[in-house]
Design a binder for this molecule. Structure first.
Ligand SMILES: [Zn+2]
Length: 94
């Protein structure tokens, strides 16, 4: 009986430790999650810079991005959805 009580006590402590560990991991995830989100934003930025042939938007002058629609490929403004500027993609891909 004493042994069983001791076991329950140990299990209870272990659960408490586990709980505080999970809480700490949750906090760490919030921080690192924010970090990896910023990293993703940087990656997207770099990828856009890898498109030197992108023309400028005729409406706002921002670099455009290749878009796909049911009607085919076209250039869409990088400021979409704030700007709806588009250009047709020519035969040379520009
Ligand atoms: Zn635009």
């Amino acid at each position: 009986m004493v042994v069983a009580n001791a076991m329950l006590l140990i299990i209870g402590r272990a659960l408490n430790m586990l709980k505080s560990q999970i809480d700490a991991q949750g906090k760490a995830f919030e921080e690192t999650g924010g970090f990896s989100e910023r990293l993703t934003a940087k990656c997207l930025e770099a990828r856009e810079k890898d498109q030197p042939s992108a023309p400028e938007c005729p409406l706002c002058g921002k670099p455009m991005r290749r878009r796909n629609s049911t009607k085919g490929r076209f250039w869409g403004c990088g400021g979409f959805p704030d700007c709806k500027g588009t250009r047709p993609i020519g035969q040379e891909g520009l």
